[in-house]
Design a protein around this ligand. Structure first.
Ligand code: ATP
Length: 369
């Protein structure tokens, strides 16, 4: 398996820029997910890594070797498509073994490799069955088997679970990650589904309009979003934003929102006065009668151990995740207390996160305070 390095990668289609100045490294053996809404440039990036699309500029290195202008078949990469095209007239064994047959490998070696992969994917009992009669999940396993059997330098997967129903999808998310833990294949996986990304990835790149907004572990991206786009795209419900207007200076530890002073992680940059927003995840808000930040309960969504309560404030709806046994009435006035150690601060015009002790990861022992 090999490391994938992407340097200043750009793709233009006529005057349209589909991918701009993309930079990231997928370490050897890492499961890397490109996440973002439809049309943000995920597939285009993947196709450039695969060699199915040539970059307008920039470089792609595979195991330290530049492959930017090489054809797909010279890159030793396995691509698992969403619409996994299995050969319907062949059985499972022949479908999995086909790439090896095409390489001219000896039949006995093909047999050994196919059976090894089928055991790994737990489809060895299906080897002599026709693929046309298989259920969605098993078809997907056969497609994966055909990719794995070649022992390529890395795997590229473009929404491979997109066509499965939700039950199979959950199962396959679990199986794919488990398989990865066993074979440690460098993998680039494209999806628009944040739950898939969060449950499978070692690292995630969140993309928007051809730009990587943030690159990091699922926890970094969730806890310390680099932009309002990421904060809003990740999390269900997404991060809340509370607007305020202020200049910020290095060392500030408090801001005023809706007349209430709120403690924030120490600010690490100086900014001219402008529209700002505090960002807070629903689970870091508590109901607190003493708080001057107030609203009225609008509705609640019961989730078993917790509930999501929507509170209407002077600046719009705020959602808090509170214990399920907490009771209140619709319309009841409540105070909201924000966990100061978990607050992000954003500049509204650019959407970027302001550098604070939280974003810079310097909160020390206070992170869960
Ligand atoms: P999706 O999940 O919908 O495929 P995506 O994030 O993978 O989304 P891409 O398929 O990479 O997005 O497409 C990025 C943008 O580039 C889209 O606006 C798309 O219309 C455009 N695009 C992709 N391929 C071409 C092409 N061959 N010619 C012109 N425009 C293209």
């Amino acid at each position: 398996m090999a490391e994938i390095r992407v340097e200043s990668l750009r793709k233009e289609f006529g005057s349209f820029v589909a991918v701009q100045d993309s930079n990231f490294t997928v370490e050897d053996g890492e499961f890397f997910v490109m996440l973002g809404p439809s049309g943000c440039g995920k597939t285009t990036t993947l196709r450039m890594i695969a060699g199915l699309e040539l970059p307008t500029s920039g470089r792609i290195l595979l195991g330290g070797e530049e492959v930017s202008q090489r054809r797909a078949r010279e890159r030793d990469i396995a691509f698992v498509f969403q619409l996994f095209a299995l050969y319907p007239h062949m059985n499972v064994r022949k479908n999995i073994g086909f790439p090896l047959l095409a390489q001219g490998m000896a039949k006995s070696e093909i047999r050994t490799r196919v059976e090894e992969v089928a055991r790994l994917l737990r489809i060895d009992h299906l080897l002599e069955k026709s693929v046309s009669g298989l259920a969605g999940g098993d078809r997907q396993r056969v497609a994966l088997g055909r990719a794995i059997v070649r022992r390529p330098k890395c795997f590229l997967m473009d929404e491979p679970l997109g066509t499965l129903d939700s039950e199979f999808r959950d199962l396959m998310v679990h199986e794919l990650r488990e398989l990865h833990n066993r074979i440690h294949a460098t993998t680039v996986y494209v999806t628009h589904d944040q739950m898939e990304a969060m449950s499978m990835a070692d690292k995630i790149a969140v993309m928007s309009n051809g730009v990587i907004e943030q690159f990091g572990t699922p926890q970094e991206i969730y806890d310390r979003p680099a932009s309002m786009f990421v904060a809003d795209f990740i999390g269900s419900p997404p991060m809340n934003f509370l607007p305020f207007r202020s200049g910020l200076a290095k060392g500030v530890r408090e801001v005023v929102v809706q007349g209430a002073s709120v403690a924030v992680p120490e600010v690490h940059e100086d900014l001219a006065p402008g529209e700002m927003a505090l960002g807070i995840r629903p689970e870091h808000i508590r109901f607190d009668d003493q708080s001057r930040l107030r609203g009225a309960v609008y509705g609640a969504e019961y989730l078993g151990t917790t509930q999501i309560v929507a509170v209407e404030t002077a600046d719009g709806m705020v959602k808090a995740r509170v214990p399920a046994d907490l009771s209140f009435r619709i319309g009841e006035p409540v105070g909201l207390s924000l966990n100061g150690a978990r607050l992000s601060v954003f500049e509204k015009a650019s959407g970027r996160a302001i550098r604070t002790a939280l974003l810079d990861g310097q909160l020390g022992g206070n992170r869960h305070g």
